[in-house]
Each structure stands twice: as C-alpha cells, then as structure tokens.
Design a protein around this ligand. Structure first.
Ligand code: SOE
Length: 403
C-alpha cells in the first residue's frame, strides 16, 4: 500500500496526467509514440504521460496509426488538436514547413510544445518560435526541440567526461553523419528533397543533429564555418501515394531536387578547438553512421551511433607503454539514464533515446524550468545551418555565426 496503483494502460495513477497531442504519425511520429508510451513505465516520473490524441490529414491512416501506437483518439486538423481542452502538450512530428505555424498556435493555446528537429526551416521562423516560447514560459509553459542523440547514454556520459575535464582543453572535434538512402538516382522526390517542405537536405536533416551534438559535448557554441554543399542528382522521379519512413514508390514524371545532398564544413569553437562536419545521404553502405571524436590535451573520446552502447576512451595521462583506446560499455546503473533499465550488459537502442527525451521533458514541465535543448538552442543551430548555406554560396568563405 502507499505505492502508486498501476492502471490498465500500464501507467501510474495518483500522479497528475500530462495529456499529449501529437501531430504527424510517420517515422518520427512512431518514434515519439514509443517515447510517450514507455517513459512512465520505466522511469518514476512526476507526471503521468497520456497518449490523448494523434493527428494526420488522412482519417483512415491516422486511425490505423492511433491503434498501432496506442493513441486514444484522432484528429485530421491540427488546429482542432491544439485547441482541445484535454491536451496539455503538443508534440510536432511533421515536416519542417509546418513547425512554426503549429508551435505558435499551440503556445498561444497554452500548451507545452515538443518540436522535432530542425526547429524550423528558416532563422526567421525559429526566431518567432523562440519569442513565443519565452512569452509562454512566463505563463508556465515549456518548449523543447527534439535532438534525441543527446539522450543516448554514451553521448550523455561523454558530455559528463568532457565537463569533468577528462580530455583537458579540446583541440579537435570530428563529426560525420553518413546515410546512403539516396544513392539510387531513381529514388523518388519525397518531401525531404524539396526545399519548400524540408528547408534543406542533408544539412538540416543530419547536419542539425551533429551540430547540436558537437556543441552539447563541447559545451560551447560554434563561432564560424567554411562550407561546401552539393546536389549530386538534380532531377528525380516523382513519388506515387504515401511515403513511409525513408522509402517511397515512384511514378512517371520527374521533378527538381531543390536541397543539398551533402554538406561539408569546417568550424571553430571560441575556445580554439577546430571542428569538421560531414552530412550526406550518399555514403554507400553507411546506414545511420553518426560518429564523433574529440581530441583533447589529456585524452580522446569517440562514439559511433551504430555501436551506441559503447564509448571509446583514450586516457592520455596513462603511461605511454600501456595507454590506448579502451571500450567503455555504457550499460552500468551509474551511467546516464541506465539505473531504470536492464542489468549491466543488456544494451539499449535508437528508440530508447525518445523514451529519455520524453522523461527529461516531463521533468522540465513538472519543475517549470526551461528544458534542454530549448527553442533558443534550436534557433542557434538554425543560425549555424544558415551560415553553412551562406558560406557554401560564397565558395567556402569563412562565415561567422550570428548571435
Ligand atoms: C532521416 O535522414 C532521419 O530519419 C532523420 O530525419 C532523423 O532525424 C535521424 O535520426 C535518422 O535519419
């Protein structure tokens, strides 16, 4: 007795609910659903997440998504969802061209907001979102941008080790995010390849992740960039019907690709570390290879998303004859997030990052504090993306990042 009672939906009674309304139900919608469904079952949360309503334009498809992912009801117009009295938080999992409009309406309606990355398609949109989020914060609302790779236990541990000074002053930050789903020139022209919907290509989709992750690990914001971007295949077949995740079927007719296929840039951190970034959808054989290596005067750390339960650490203060990179298996209960999960050695995966994201957001809401990453953090990443585009247009001219 005295313990919270489990309800039939597996969450705990006796806690105030946090009723979530999600807009979008494709790849990211499915991933965020996992997060909301599981966070309250694994972690002892101050609020009880409830999957109240999911929204999509196709009534049949959104009903199927609700049944599959555990949502209690459906809407086909996001405007109705954001006005519903039984929604406390709006989770935006749509393409970037609708982020600002939905977020502004949700904040105006008194809701907390979680918005998938990148925060918006332009700096202007992101700026308006930050302004609205700051005003809403005065009313007790919370707004977070979804950079889920901060929530891999190994990256959170890397951040802790850098902050503790285990690497000393940083000299190099080397980051790549490599996928290959566009290698086939017959892959159709989905929304991710259209500037008006996606904002940019590999840059905003993959580059945004590695910019955020690098800045999070280093604990500083980039000062300026020199960039190259390229669109290797400029015309592609048009898709037929719905696209799912990264796959789609093509039909007759072609259209113009209006985003970058790959983006490369070098950058400076204010404390002097040099950084290099590469984001591409053309790295044949690489599926979701996000890798980061940090070299400091006392040691180095390396992480690879395709081996996400591991961190490589070289302690440069050890005697040279015995020193070398060693593998830290990040599954111990005193590693970030892991005290709530399985015994040591029983690793986690991609989907758990969304569970951790939901957990952290629930805590921020209950405590009334700004979450990390905030909309302001999302805006700053947007400014880096804009500087990369500007530099690439000017043949790699070093471009300072606006503050
Ligand atoms: C597609 O490139 C994608 O799904 C991104 O949009 C996600 O943010 C990333 O986590 C995986 O790849």
């Amino acid at each position: 007795m005295g313990q919270p009672q489990a309800q039939s939906d597996g969450t705990e009674a006796g806690k105030p609910p946090l009723r979530v309304g999600m807009v979008g139900y494709a790849f990211m919608g499915a991933a965020h659903s996992q997060g909301w469904r599981t966070a309250g079952r694994v972690f002892d949360l101050p609020l009880n997440p409830v999957q109240a309503v999911i929204c999509g334009r196709d009534a049949t498809a959104v009903r199927a998504a609700a049944d599959r992912h555990g949502w209690a009801s459906t809407e086909t117009d996001w405007r109705t969802l954001v006005e519903r009295d039984d929604v406390d938080l709006v989770d935006i999992c749509t393409p970037g061209d609708s982020h600002a409009e939905i977020a502004l309406a949700a904040l105006a309606a008194g809701k907390h907001v979680l918005c998938e990355k990148p925060l918006a398609n332009t700096v202007e949109e992101a700026t308006s979102m930050v302004r609205a989020a700051e005003e809403a914060h005065q009313r007790g609302q919370v707004a977070m941008v979804g950079f889920n790779y901060r929530r891999v236990p190994a990256t959170a541990l890397a951040r802790r080790m850098v902050a503790e000074g285990r690497l000393g002053a940083l000299r190099h930050v080397r980051v790549t995010y490599l996928q290959d789903w566009l290698v086939d020139p017959q892959f159709p022209l989905t929304w991710r390849l259209r500037k008006e919907q996606a904002g940019s290509g590999s840059l905003g989709d993959l580059g945004a992740h590695i910019i955020d992750l690098a800045q999070y690990l280093v604990g500083e914001r980039l000062a300026g960039v020199s960039a190259l971007t390229e669109t290797f295949v400029r015309e592609r077949p048009l898709p037929t019907g719905a696209t799912s995740g990264l796959s789609a079927v093509s039909s007759a007719g072609t259209g113009q690709v209006t985003v970058d296929d790959a983006a490369l840039f070098t950058a400076r951190f204010p404390s002097g570390a040099l950084a290099s970034f590469e984001a591409t959808r053309y790295a044949t054989g690489r599926k979701n290879a996000l890798r980061i290596e940090l070299n400091g005067e006392r040691g180095s750390l390396a992480f690879d998303l395709e081996r996400l339960n591991e961190l490589s650490f070289h302690d440069g203060t050890e005697p040279g004859a015995e020193a070398g990179f060693r593998r830290i298996l990040v599954t111990e209960p005193d590693h970030p997030y892991l005290d709530a999960w399985w015994p040591p050695g029983h690793g986690l995966g991609y989907e758990h990052t969304f569970v951790h994201q939901a957990r952290d957001l629930v805590h921020a809401i209950a405590e009334g504090r700004r979450p990390e990453p905030s909309f302001a953090d999302g805006l700053q990443v947007q400014r880096v993306l804009a500087a990369v585009e500007e530099s690439a247009e000017k043949n790699s001219v070093y471009t300072p990042i606006a503050v």
